[in-house]
Design a binder for this molecule. Structure first.
Ligand code: IPE
Ligand code: IPE
Ligand code: MG
Ligand code: MG
Ligand code: MG
Length: 296
């Protein structure tokens, strides 16, 4: 089978719709104040590429599991990711007015609601894992993975926003630490949770983890590149903001061409890592190819 490295995976939209329906049902059955429910629905439902839940579902299948078993983990993953976006956009953080083509929550509602809806999304993710996974052992290991990755993401946001590196830390080491944590950690977790739901062998879990670490770093290098090469309309979030905010990014540190080379290098590392999984890994291969060249 030949893979078109630039094609959007054909099954991404269908998987995204399934995840969204699952999230909507979960939200419906959970008693919440109506204004909080509306705030969560605004940020969680509609828009968003749903890359992380797709990774969870396809990583499960790649190790021989039934993707249906990974649906709760996929949904929990998207809730934590969405929480990270809501807080990332706050005035005290990146101060962003637009997300997924809509006003950010602190703009639409209030800062208080953005803080609280973010808090709720985080805890709802764990409530979902505790409620929807039959096996206590599986639920415990998924909660452990997600909690650790969330803490790594938060550490990454601290490195990004309130950096306190030892003074002799070279800029590239800082940058890689920021990116592997703020973005890489949740992408790694998305893949590992899928593989764990699929009862992966130790070798398969190692392959999936190595793939995920490369894709996770690549994802943020691409995000940095898109900030300087795409329009606000294309991205659904305000473009060309990182420089004004003094962010340490790949294009700022090494330029566009070297950033593109780094993306290709990470994509190749990811594909090499998947080799032992054979054809069941094809959806993850396709996704990696598309993520390297995505324009949104
Ligand atoms: C944006 O993530 C934040 C980063 C970690 C770079 P996505 O580009 O996956 O955003 P959505 O979910 O599609 O909106
Ligand atoms: C996102 O980094 C990291 C997290 C949300 C954890 P960015 O700040 O670059 O993401 P965008 O560009 O706002 O989506
Ligand atoms: Mg940020
Ligand atoms: Mg941001
Ligand atoms: Mg960005």
């Amino acid at each position: 089978m030949t893979l078109d490295p630039t094609a959007l995976p054909a099954d991404l939209a269908a998987a995204a719709a399934e995840v969204e329906a699952y999230l909507a049902t979960w939200l419906d059955r959970r008693p919440l104040p109506e204004n909080l429910r509306s705030a969560i629905a605004h940020v969680l439902l509609g828009g968003g590429k749903r890359v992380r839940p797709y990774l969870t579902l396809r990583a499960c299948a790649a190790v021989g599991g039934d993707a249906k078993r990974a649906m709760a983990a996929a949904a929990a993953m998207e809730m934590v990711h969405t929480f990270s976006l809501v807080h990332d956009d706050l005035p005290a953080m990146d101060d962003a007015p637009l997300r997924r083509g809509r006003p950010t929550l602190h703009v639409r509602d209030s800062e208080a609601m953005a803080l609280l809806a973010g808090d709720a999304l985080l805890s709802l993710a764990f409530e979902l894992l505790a409620d929807r996974i039959d096996s206590g052992e599986l639920s415990g290991s998924l909660c452990g993975e997600l909690a650790a990755a969330t803490n790594d993401m938060i550490a990454g946001q601290v490195y990004d926003t309130l950096p306190d590196f030892p003074p002799d830390t070279p800029p590239m080491a800082r940058l890689e630490t920021i990116h592997r944590n703020k973005t890489g950690a949740l992408i790694r977790c998305a893949c590992r949770m899928g593989a764990i739901c699929g009862d992966a062998s130790a070798d398969s879990l190692a392959s999936i983890t190595a793939y995920a670490e490369a894709v996770g770093l690549m994802f943020q290098v691409v995000d940095d590149l898109l900030d300087v090469t795409q329009t606000t309309e294309q991205l659904g979030k305000v473009a060309d903001r990182d420089a004004d905010h003094g962010k340490l990014t790949y294009p700022a540190l090494i330029g566009l061409e070297a950033s593109r080379a780094e993306i290709n290098r990470q994509a190749q590392t990811a594909l090499d890592a998947l080799a032992p999984l054979g054809p069941p890994g094809d959806p993850l291969r396709r996704l990696c190819g598309w993520l390297a060249v995505r324009t949104r």
